[in-house]
Design a protein around this ligand. Structure first.
Ligand code: ZN
Ligand code: ZN
Length: 137
């Protein structure tokens, strides 16, 4: 994976830049990600918050995740792009929705989580380890 990377929302008002590589990468098939993305899953990388610089306004929507953790979606209040995310299950880590990357092509998913709520038409790489919920840590 590239060492530093950047990305942002559709309208360009919300931007981010990371100076570290992701510590986690995968697909999430939970119902919240399905609703927030409008698709069968969200593709997500996680980076340490202190490696990430965010510019522009982010609005966070807090919810109780299927794991019981408190999670939030971070989106651009202007264009509604779903760009960032946080969960109390991974303190200090900011999730980034892969579709918001300036170059999403280097993403290498390592797992599928919340596979228990996968939709029958949403096929991801069957060779990836799949966890029914959050992986045990
Ligand atoms: Zn925007
Ligand atoms: Zn999810």
């Amino acid at each position: 994976m590239s060492h530093t990377f950047s990305g942002g929302c559709s309208c360009g008002a919300l931007r981010y830049e990371s100076v570290a590589e992701p510590v986690v990468a995968g697909h999430c098939q939970c119902r919240h990600c399905q609703r927030a993305s409008g698709a069968g899953h969200a593709s997500i990388i996680g980076v340490h918050q202190d490696a990430l610089t965010i510019t522009g306004e982010v609005k966070y929507f807090d919810y109780t995740a299927d794991s019981g953790n408190t999670a939030s979606n971070g989106f651009c209040p202007n264009c509604g792009s779903n760009v960032l995310g946080k969960t109390s299950g991974m303190p200090g880590i900011m999730a980034i929705k892969v579709g918001s990357l300036d170059d999403p092509s280097w993403f290498k998913p390592g797992m599928t989580i919340f596979a228990a709520s996968a939709q029958p038409w949403d096929l991801v790489d069957p060779d990836l380890p799949a966890f029914p919920g959050m992986p045990e840590r």
